[in-house]
Design a protein. Structure first.
Length: 126
């Protein structure tokens, strides 16, 4: 059963593993942003001093969103075979959009999040 004419119904093993890898990366980002904000803010963001203390709630909020993306990506792998690719495409696309949107404020997000998510997206669409 094909849902839409351009979305495949079969997910290759490579695509499955790439989606799982992206879910693990998103979960790692969640843990770092929620529980290790000081390190993320200093090492990745280049922030120092009071701004780290003042922005930890923002970091936790970003981490929560990354956790939702990780959960959605992992959940997409548990769907029945005929729907798995469609659900995975949705959640991988959400990661791409989050990375592109985030690049307007943090330029390296485009490379790290959006472009990295394009790899499983391409694997899902071929």
């Amino acid at each position: 059963m094909q849902i839409w004419p351009y979305i495949p119904v079969h997910m290759s093993k490579l695509a499955w593993w790439l989606v799982l890898f992206l879910a693990i990366l998103q979960a790692g980002a969640m843990v770092m942003e929620i529980f290790c904000w000081h390190r993320v803010a200093t090492d990745v963001g280049g922030y120092q001093g009071d701004i780290i203390r003042d922005t930890w709630k923002l970091g936790a909020n970003m981490g929560l969103y990354n956790g939702f993306l990780a959960a959605g990506l992992a959940w997409s792998l548990l769907w029945p075979q005929e729907l798995r690719a469609t659900v995975a495409i949705f959640f991988v696309s959400c990661v791409v959009v989050a990375g592109v949107f985030g690049a307007f404020t943090v330029s390296w997000l485009l490379l790290i999040q959006a472009l990295l998510a394009m790899v499983p997206l391409v694997a899902l669409l071929i």
